[in-house]
Design a protein. Structure first.
Length: 319
C-alpha cells in the first residue's frame, strides 16, 4: 500500500510538469490541486518541494535551483528523490543547462527502475518530459523512440496518458515538418480529451495544433484555436490569473503575424500587466513580454517606444 501511495504522488508531480511544458500552463495547475498526496519524509521536505515548484513557475529559476539542491539532500535514499530529480531537470532546462538536464532525466528513469516503477504511468510521463528536452535541442532521432515508448506504455497500462503521449508525438512531428502526421496525432489527442472532459490536456493539444496551423499558413484556424485555449484558461482561473498570461501572449503573437498590430499590442499589454502584478517588474516573463512589445513597436515605426521596452527587458536579463 505504501508503494502505491509513493508511485501516485511521484506520478502526480510528473504529470503536472508534463502539462506545464507548453503554452497551456494554467489548466494543469487547476486540475492538480485535488490530487495532492504526500510522499515526503517530513512536513519540511514537502513544504520545500511546493516552494521549489512555485519558484520555478514564477520565473525564479536560480532560487528554485538552490531550493531543489536542498531537497535532493533531504531525499537521499528515499523514493521522493525521483520527484526531486525530475524537478531538477526542469529547472536546469529553464536555465538553459541542457546537458545537465539530460543527465537528471536519465537519473530519474534509473531511480524509477530501481523502485520498480518502470513500465507504468510515472515512467511514461518522465519519458515525455525527457523527449521534450530532446525536441527542444532538435535531437529528433533520440526524442522519437522515447515518445513511442511512452505511447506504448500508455496504451498498455495507463489509458489516461494516451492523449498526453499523442500530443507530445504531434509536437515532435511538427518540429520535423511532418505536418500531415502531426495533425493526425494531435486530432487523435483532441478527440480523446473532448470525450473524457480533460480540459488541461485539451488545451495543450489545441495549442500545439494552432502552432502547426501557423506553420502551414492557416492563421485564421490557428487564431480560432488560440482563442479556444484562452477561453478554457479564463474559465478555470479567471481573467487576471498570472497563469493565463502565456495564452494571452500566444494569441497576441498570432494576431501580430496577421498584421493586426493594434489588437496584438492590447493583448501583449494585458499579459504584461498581469505578470507585473503577480511576479513584480523584474521577472523574466516580464522581460519576454517587454521584448515582444519592442518588436511590435518597430513594426509600427515607433522607435523610441521600442527602445524603451528593449532597455527595460535588457536590464531585467542583466540583473
Amino acid at each position: 500500500m505504501r508503494r502505491w501511495s509513493i508511485s501516485r504522488v511521484v506520478l502526480r508531480t510528473l504529470v503536472v510538469a508534463a502539462l506545464l511544458c507548453g503554452v497551456s500552463t494554467p489548466t494543469a495547475q487547476a486540475a492538480d490541486s485535488e490530487r495532492a498526496g504526500s510522499v515526503f519524509s517530513s512536513a519540511e521536505e514537502e513544504a520545500l518541494f511546493h516552494r521549489t515548484q512555485k519558484l520555478r513557475n514564477e520565473d525564479h529559476p536560480w532560487e528554485a535551483l538552490s531550493a531543489v539542491n536542498r531537497g535532493l539532500d533531504l531525499s537521499k535514499g528515499k523514493t521522493s528523490s525521483i520527484a526531486w530529480t525530475t524537478e531538477t531537470a526542469l529547472i536546469l532546462e529553464d536555465l538553459g543547462h541542457y546537458g545537465e538536464a539530460e543527465i537528471a532525466h536519465k537519473r530519474a528513469l534509473e531511480l524509477m527502475a530501481q523502485a520498480k516503477m518502470d513500465g507504468g504511468a510515472a515512467e511514461c510521463t518522465e519519458l515525455l518530459l525527457f523527449a521534450r528536452l530532446y525536441e527542444r535541442l532538435e535531437r529528433f532521432d533520440e526524442a522519437e523512440p522515447l515518445v513511442q515508448r511512452a505511447l506504448a506504455i500508455a496504451r498498455n497500462s495507463w489509458k489516461a496518458g494516451e492523449g498526453l503521449a499523442l500530443t507530445r508525438l504531434g509536437s515532435l512531428l511538427r518540429a520535423q515538418q511532418r505536418y500531415r502526421e502531426s495533425e493526425a496525432r494531435l486530432k487523435e489527442a483532441i478527440a480523446i480529451y473532448e470525450k473524457s472532459g480533460g480540459r488541461a490536456g485539451l488545451a495543450k493539444a489545441l495549442a500545439v495544433l494552432a502552432r502547426l496551423y501557423e506553420d502551414t499558413y492557416r492563421s485564421a484556424e490557428a487564431e480560432a484555436l488560440d482563442r479556444r485555449v484562452l477561453a478554457i484558461d479564463e474559465a478555470l482561473l479567471g481573467p487576471d490569473n498570472p497563469q493565463i498570461a502565456p495564452s494571452i501572449a500566444v494569441l497576441a503573437g498570432n494576431l501580430e503575424l496577421q498584421g493586426r498590430l493594434e489588437e496584438a499590442e492590447a493583448l501583449y499589454k494585458r499579459a504584461l500587466a498581469i505578470r507585473e502584478r503577480a511576479f513584480g517588474r523584474e521577472a523574466l516573463s516580464v522581460a519576454r513580454t517587454l521584448q515582444a512589445l519592442a518588436s511590435l513597436c518597430i513594426e509600427q515605426d515607433r522607435p523610441e517606444e521600442a527602445e524603451d521596452y528593449a532597455r527595460r527587458a535588457l536590464a531585467i536579463r542583466e540583473r
